[in-house]
Design a protein around this ligand. Sequence first.
Ligand code: DOR
Ligand code: ZN
Ligand code: ZN
Length: 356
Amino acid sequence: MSLIKLPILIDPHTHCRDFEQNNKETFETATRAALAGGYGYVADMPNHSHPIVDKRTLGELKDLAEKQIVTDLGIYLGVTPQSVSEAEKNFRECEGEVRGLKIYMGETTGGYIVDSDDDLDKIFRTWESNKPILVHTEDKSLVKALELAEKYKRNLYVCHVSRKDELELIDKFRQKRKNNIWVEVTPHHLFLSDKMSISPFGQMKPPLSSDEDKEALWMAVIKGEIDTIGTDHAPHTREEKMGIKPPSGVPGLETTLVLLLRAEKEGKISREKIIELTHNNPIKIFNLNKEKYDRAEVVLVEEEFLIEENNLKTKCGWTPFKEMRVSHKIVEVNFDGKIGYKDGEILAVSGSGKIV
Ligand code: DOR
Ligand code: ZN
Ligand code: ZN
């Protein structure tokens, strides 16, 4: 029985839910799912039932999360059309406590889209920080984000790139080298495509793309054009997904590492690349404590099995990767000097994670 060890994973893109959406997930269940999937750090997206946009909402999130988390947690500040007028004050008061600023430049869960040119210009101008501006973009809004980041020399982190034409566009802007542009890809865009009939459980934003796009994403991974893998873990209940208007989003924290290791076995990605995308690069981009996360590790055993829903720790209890064959099982996760997960059980105590 051969064991393998990897440094613990860092997820720059998780939706922990909680608040009025604690039927979908809570900080506790999200971070338990994270630990079971080999993650020691997740960064929470601000599109909560009430968005995290200022000192007050940031404080509420911290109060709610700190007693629950079993991994470390990062926070992003959000900005909505309603909060733009207070941008200067909010950014000044919150910049030190967050890992970056998230802007929804496309319609998605929560409905916090900012699409006025004036608002967007003001946001990019006012965020005078080296910490990245993260963008959810679809179609035309990607050009806008790239142009504004270049205009104000801001560090830009493009979430969930899913298509070949987006990669080409980003490449053009990168050649000018005026600012940092980091690119994230999700496990669902790497491992699923629009040919698979898994709707509504495969409905997310941006939607699953063609096999050609998927291949372009893998090529970009190999060529070094992708910086991180963000799970975009976005749980919704089974009932909601099966309703007449299913919400967009899929869970991903518990399946990403094993899927990547299967891809390694198939010769699609190297072990070094997996570590770069899930550990080294997120630590660098978000300026995290390298020593702490370098010491933490995930132990896996080589064993073929099918991904099953009844073993999941996420509260939503389903996965779009159901019944996919994988080649490794996570047996132990060591985090912060302790065994946090072992053989299906979470041993880490609620509240043991830190907000950083
Ligand atoms: O599919 C998605 N779900 N895409 C997003 O950008 C947001 C997320 C969510 O919060 O449900
Ligand atoms: Zn998004
Ligand atoms: Zn997201």
